[in-house]
Design a protein around this ligand. Structure first.
Ligand code: ZN
Length: 77
């Protein structure tokens, strides 16, 4: 039975930093945090589920969902 791969996660523990600009100046909101440097907000759970380079800010995720919905609306007009 394969053991769960240990991740040497830079955001492990209760220390987080911004994956966009690498700033450690973050504002903790509990489940999310905001970067004081570039003002992107991130879901903390994303840091457990995703690789660092795959993490998107909440705003970017919303934009992608919005773009997908728009495209869906156009294709199914
Ligand atoms: Zn940032």
């Amino acid at each position: 039975m394969p053991s769960r791969k240990e991740r040497n996660h830079p955001n492990g523990g209760d220390f987080y930093y911004c994956p966009y600009c690498n700033s450690a100046q973050i504002v903790d909101y509990g489940d999310t945090f905001e970067c004081s440097s570039c003002h992107h907000e991130f879901e903390k759970s994303d840091f457990e589920d995703l690789e660092l380079e795959d993490i998107l800010s909440i705003t970017d995720i919303m934009n992608i969902i919005g773009a997908m919905k728009k495209e869906w609306g156009l294709n199914h007009h």
